[in-house]
Design a protein around this ligand. Structure first.
Ligand SMILES: C[S@@+](CC[C@H](N)C(=O)[O-])C[C@H]1O[C@@H](n2cnc3c(N)ncnc32)[C@H](O)[C@@H]1O
Ligand SMILES: [Zn+2]
Length: 280
């Protein structure tokens, strides 16, 4: 499943993750320690483009608080229902969440799909996020595996993933299709044009909504529209702002106008489901 980020040969987990030799290693003896929180950093320092890449602590905290209140449960329910129709009980699966953040989606799928035999793996370039994901999975076992890595260069072996999740995070389609097994599924979640339109009206004078499109040339097996409205407290609206790009671009005045407005918020996502079929 994992490959060495330095030489690309297979990486082996220790049989007992809490043994003294608590590291993942390849046959060339490149070795990566399991941190005390249970994740592994597979982003060699020479691959980093900044000291602390990805979401910072405050963004991770805001997303954790917001998601753990289950405001986005219709999204996860839609993915889980689709998966239930495609997975079988007598197989074992590897699910991989690219840019997993603090791991909310994998935790929820683990809860809803408990009867299936699934290993839950995720990467994020933000160490802050991966620490929270590993901690909240309460696990040092092999069922939940979290790594720090870039989705542009995943330390994941070719054709090792059955289900790829991509929720508001980047992954090149070449990497996605490299790691997917033949027949593997890719759930790509993107904001739809109406998503948070009430915020956008306040924040932008030129508010041109553009509709997302599925990736060109990929075999799309299903497409879902998930939309609903949310009535949030000012604190929750502040969390939502802090976990989106608006946090950086908005002025204090406009941010406060969003946080204090009473209008219900539109939440709108597209889920594209692609399937990796060998001839593509
Ligand atoms: C909007 S957040 C979404 C997080 C999570 N999927 C969720 O929906 O809660 C985007 C995430 O992508 C991560 N990210 C950004 N660039 C990345 C990269 N090159 N490789 C992996 N993760 C990246 C960020 O650190 C952040 O956690
Ligand atoms: Zn190696």
């Amino acid at each position: 499943m994992w490959q060495c980020p330095i030489c690309t040969s297979a990486l082996h987990r220790p049989d007992d993750p809490v043994s003294v030799n608590n590291s993942w290693r390849c046959k060339q003896s490149h070795s990566f320690d399991v941190a005390k929180q249970g994740y592994v950093n597979l982003l060699p320092v020479q691959f980093k483009q900044s000291l602390d890449p990805g979401d910072d602590k405050n963004m991770v905290k805001a997303r954790e608080l917001f998601l753990n209140a289950h405001h986005y449960s219709p999204l996860i329910e839609t993915i889980a229902k689709d998966l239930k129709g495609r997975l079988t009980l007598d197989n074992s699966y590897c699910m991989f969440d690219a840019g997993c953040g603090e791991g909310y989606y994998l935790r929820q799928l683990n809860r809803i799909l408990a009867e299936f035999n699934i290993t839950y793996c995720g990467n994020d370039i933000s160490k802050n996020a991966v620490i929270r994901a590993a901690k909240q999975a309460h696990s040092l076992d092999s069922k939940h595996q979290y790594i720090v890595a870039s989705s542009f260069q995943l330390p994941v072996s070719a054709q090792s993933v059955d289900v790829l999740l991509q929720v508001f995070a980047p992954i090149p389609k070449t990497e996605a299709f490299r790691i997917l097994k033949n027949g593997g599924l890719w759930y790509q979640v993107v904001p739809n044009s109406q998503h948070l339109q009430e915020f956008k009206t306040i924040l932008y004078t030129d508010n041109q909504a553009h509709s997302p499109q599925p990736e060109e040339g990929l075999p799309l097996v299903h497409e879902y529209d998930v939309s609903f409205t949310l009535v949030l407290s000012p604190d929750e609206k502040a969390q939502l702002m802090a976990m989106t790009p608006y946090a950086h671009s908005a002025t204090e005045h406009k941010r406060n106008a969003c946080i204090n407005s009473d209008i219900p918020l539109t939440i709108a996502f597209k889920i594209y489901v692609y399937q990796h079929l060998e001839h593509h």
